[in-house]
Ligand binder design. Structure first.
Ligand SMILES: [Mg+2]
Length: 374
């Protein structure tokens, strides 16, 4: 075996960072919710000393770290990072034979992303290239519409991001005290501010029931929304199908589904127009590729929800049905802090570098200074 590809060690840790949102004076902790301020940074090292990195988000991060160190490392030590099916198969049958999701999916995502990073470095190809190299540039939309903005600041922020070149903007809905009626006013305010040539997306993060979601859809049918992301509690596929049939607004979802069977359900039940497998949550590029191929067979585009654009840009660039990357202003702050060479969108497009693997150079000072002590 080639030692440069053989797994020797996994080191994972929990981190936190505060985020500056444009036009707001106060920094925001984590991702805007007080219980979601931490994330996981993971390094996999090979027998030849090559390292790859993986990251995952805000869900039970301490348990994810423990899972990587205590349960996954003893299983995969000595395996080749290129043998992704062998590694996934072993982790599945030893740790997750009943196909649960959550901590195990987040931990597997970290491992898998790092394996692809090492593989890319070993053969001098980007992960997008290893996935199939569909394109070099990917469009990015800006997730900017946070509940901290009042109506006027929301419009001002929307214009700012359009002036910076973005051609797609996303707003959070379903959290305002004014309910769906206030959401409708906010969406209309943004449409009026940016004109007809900008894509507008909305995201309820599971927080509406079907009646509220239908009322909002009816109120903004004329605003030409590009997609309504995760409108309903539990991503209930049957109810999402029902909503989708009742509105002209395309429906998107899947960012935190932990494996292909949950994503398959969204496709099979005609619940989505756009599938959103996120490599930082669903088991990494290996699982994302399967979901993307499933979507291809149904002529569905895939797009990034749930953030982590520096990882998901490889999916969107590598696979033929890849579409928008989410430039989530909160999570973008993490990339800016952790990597010395994170790409930024220019005129609403990210150009992937030719550097191998993820193409990211870690700033270890930032890794140390943001670490949450165990
Ligand atoms: Mg989302």
């Amino acid at each position: 075996m080639d030692a440069s590809f053989v797994i020797k060690d996994i080191r994972a840790s929990v981190h936190t960072i505060s985020i500056q949102i444009p036009l707001l004076s106060e920094k925001i902790a984590g991702f805007g919710r007080e219980e979601q301020t931490e994330f996981v940074f993971c390094e996999v090292e090979t027998a030849a000393g090559v390292t790859g990195i993986g990251m995952t988000g805000q869900f039970l991060p301490h348990a994810v770290v423990e899972t990587l160190h205590t349960h996954i490392l003893p299983l995969v030590r000595g395996m080749d990072v290129r043998d992704v099916e062998a590694v996934h198969s072993r982790v599945w049958w030893k740790l997750n034979a009943r196909a649960m999701t959550g901590v195990i999916s987040s931990a597997l995502s970290c491992l898998d992303i790092a394996m692809w990073d090492i593989h890319g470095k070993g053969v001098d190809r980007t992960i997008a290239g290893l996935l199939g190299g569909a394109r070099k540039n990917v469009p990015a939309y800006c997730t900017f519409g946070f509940p901290q903005y009042d109506l006027d600041l929301l419009a001002e922020a929307a214009k700012l991001h359009v002036a910076n070149g973005f051609k797609g903007l996303k707003l959070v809905v379903a959290v305002d005290k004014g309910g769906w009626r206030e959401d409708a006013r906010r969406v209309r305010k943004v449409r009026d501010a940016v004109g007809d040539d900008i894509d507008i997306m909305i995201d309820a993060n599971y927080l509406f029931n079907p009646v509220q979601a239908k009322q909002l859809c009816r109120a903004i049918e004329d605003c030409n929304i590009t997609w309504f992301e995760e409108p309903l509690h539990q991503n209930d596929a049957r109810a999402m199908h029902d909503l989708r049939r009742s509105t002209r607004i395309p429906i998107a979802g899947g960012q935190n589904e932990g494996h292909r069977w949950r994503l398959r359900e969204l496709v099979e039940k005609h619940a989505v127009d756009i599938l959103q497998p996120n490599c930082c949550f669903n088991g990494g590029y290996t699982e994302t590729r399967k979901a993307a191929h499933l979507a291809q067979a149904y002529n569905l585009p895939i797009a990034n929800g749930g953030g982590w654009p520096l990882f998901n840009m490889h999916t969107m660039a590598g696979l033929m049905n890849g579409w928008y990357v989410e430039w989530h202003l909160g999570i973008v702050s993490i990339g800016e802090a952790f990597f010395k060479d994170a790409p930024v969108p220019v005129n609403g497009e990210i150009t992937l570098s030719d550097k191998p693997g993820l193409g990211l150079t870690v700033d270890y000072d930032a890794v140390r200074s943001t670490r949450v002590k165990p």
